[in-house]
Each structure stands twice: as C-alpha cells, then as structure tokens.
Design a protein around this ligand. Structure first.
Ligand code: NCD
Length: 305
C-alpha cells in the first residue's frame, strides 16, 4: 500500500506495489492516448522544490499533476526564496508542507529527501538526493523496459558509465535485481558502483551481477547509459578524463543484438554519439515520455485517489 507514504528510496516500495504501479501506468498511458486521463488530483496541490537543475524530472512531474487535474506550486530557486535571507531548509520545508498535499524534492545532499520526509506531514517524493537515490526514475525505467521488451526478468541489462556517482544507477540496479534481470556493470576505472550496493543486491535477491571495464555490448538486451556526473567530482579535470573514456558509437553497436534497446536517463552530453539518435536502438526520448504516465500512477496511488 502506497497511500500516504513517502517515496525516498526504491527500497521503500514493495515489489507488489511496483507491479501495481506498472499496471496503473499502463492505464494512465491509455487514458492519455485517448485524451481522457482521470482527474484524480482535482483539488490537490503538489509542490515541486528543486535545489538542483532539472528539465525532465521537474517538468514531467508538473505535466503529470496537470494531466490529472491537480495544481502545482513551484519553488523556482533558492535565490528567489527567503532562503536567500537566511531561512533554514527545515523552516522552508515546513512552510511548503503547509501549503501542499505532496512535496517533490531534489537536493544535492545524500539523505536530504529522508530529512524532508521527517519534517513534512504530507508525502514526500524524492526526485534525486545527491549521488544516492532517484526512485521515480527507476519506476519509469522499469516501465520503459517492460513496455519495450515485454518483460524484465531474465533480460541482460548493461549499466554503463559513472556508476560511482549516478543515483539513477544505484536505484535501477536495485529495481532490476528485484525483477530478476541479469546485470552487467560497465564503468571506467575508478567510477565503479559502490561494492556495498552490489553486495546488497547479491545477498538480498541472489542477483546475477557481473562487472566489466570494457564496453562490449554484444550480450545486451538493454544498455542503459549515463553521463559522467561532473558536479559530484572533487576535481573537474578527473571528470573530463573519465568523460573521454566511454562513448557509445555506431562502432560499439557492431555485433550487438538487432533488438538492443538503448536507454539513458538524460541529459546526455557526449557519452552517446549523436548519430545513434537516429538508429532503431535509441529509445531514450520515448523513455523520458513514459515518465508522465508512471508519475501519474505514483501520485494517484500515494494520494490514494
Ligand atoms: C538524472 C539525474 O538527475 O540524476 N536525470 C534525470 O533525472 N533524468 C541523470 C543525470 O543527471 O545524469
């Protein structure tokens, strides 16, 4: 049951609830296509509070609220708020909580969403906390994979890029393990996934997780690529060096399966060559669009409407 709950980590959601969300997202998508989405959020106010840059996650949530007939309150920036005058984050959150039925937060600090959830009486949804978690991205990723491949279990999914800093990858590894995909982690040296996260999914789900330093996608059913998370490096020069190491080009797709699906949470910088966008493998723009029905499903469940 998701009613009234915070969604801070993908671990907060039971598999049965994710399955329910996958089904409800399908219904929402059908409603959108028919031009008749339910007005489940009529009379509700959802606040988007983003302290880090965002295009997709913020606008996708806002689109999802509006499609369901709800209203948005948006904190545009720290600069434009009373935080500029020295107001604390906790006071700011308390006030926003008092104006809203749900708070969607993104912040650069790991653990910030849990902190917000402790302060707010209304449900808090984590839209990304530092390098830690991004649960709603994982929900839409699972939805996209299932919709594009017909299943998740038994698929060979390659996670490629800066696995050390990308919150999308930590959340997704957990989600994929829960749904019994086989995962191969591919990262430049020094940007490997935190071994504790890998141990966790191996221990909890008996997940098959391989690790590799080479970009060989021949076995992959799905390759999920992310950018080097430059803003989380102590030394920007290191980030630039890492950025040059992995780029998916038409060359990297030679020998790949004909139905390989290439996903990316976006924004992409230069880890996917521009000519890939026009190939049948590139599904990341469609993936981003599928965030709307999934976030509609999630908000409708959490608000219990
Ligand atoms: C990601 C994020 O913010 O973690 N973007 C997104 O939400 N779609 C990925 C990234 O910034 O690289």
């Amino acid at each position: 049951m998701l009613k009234g709950r915070d969604v801070v980590s993908i671990r907060d959601i039971a598999k049965s609830d994710i399955e329910l969300l996958l089904r409800r997202a399908e219904e929402m998508e059908a409603g959108l296509v028919a031009g008749t989405p339910p007005d489940s959020l009529r009379g509700k106010i959802v606040s988007t509070v983003f302290f880090e840059p965002s295009t997709r996650t913020k606008m996708c949530f806002q689109a999802a609220v509006k499609r369901l007939g709800g209203q948005i309150l948006n904190l545009t920036s720290v600069q434009a708020s009373s935080m500029k005058k020295g107001e604390s984050l906790s006071d700011t959150l308390r006030i926003i909580d008092g104006y809203s039925d749900m708070v969607i937060i993104r912040h650069a600090l790991d653990g910030s969403a849990r902190y917000a959830a402790d302060i707010c009486a209304h449900p808090v949804i984590n839209a990304g906390d530092g390098g830690n978690q991004h649960p709603t991205q994982t929900l839409l990723d699972l939805y996209a994979i299932r919709r594009m491949k017909g299943r998740i279990d038994g698929l060979d999914v390659f996670l490629v890029g800066d696995l050390k800093h990308a919150r999308t990858m930590k959340s997704l590894l957990y989600g994929l393990a829960l749904f019994k995909a086989r995962v191969t982690l591919v990262s430049p040296q020094g940007l490997e996934m935190n071994p504790k996260v890998v141990e966790e999914v191996r221990g909890k789900f008996k997940a098959e997780v391989a690790e590799s330093g080479a970009l060989d996608l021949k076995q992959a059913d799905v390759a999920y690529v992310c950018r080097v998370q430059k803003e989380r490096f102590a030394d920007p020069y290191e980030a630039e060096l890492a950025q040059k190491k992995f780029m998916v080009t038409t060359e990297s797709l030679k020998g790949a399966k004909g139905d390989l699906v290439l996903l990316h949470p976006l924004p992409k910088v230069d880890e996917i060559a521009p000519e890939i966008d026009g190939t049948k493998h590139a599904k990341y723009f469609e993936q981003a669009r599928l965030g709307v029905p999934m976030r509609m499903a999630l908000m409708a469940e959490v608000l219990g409407v």
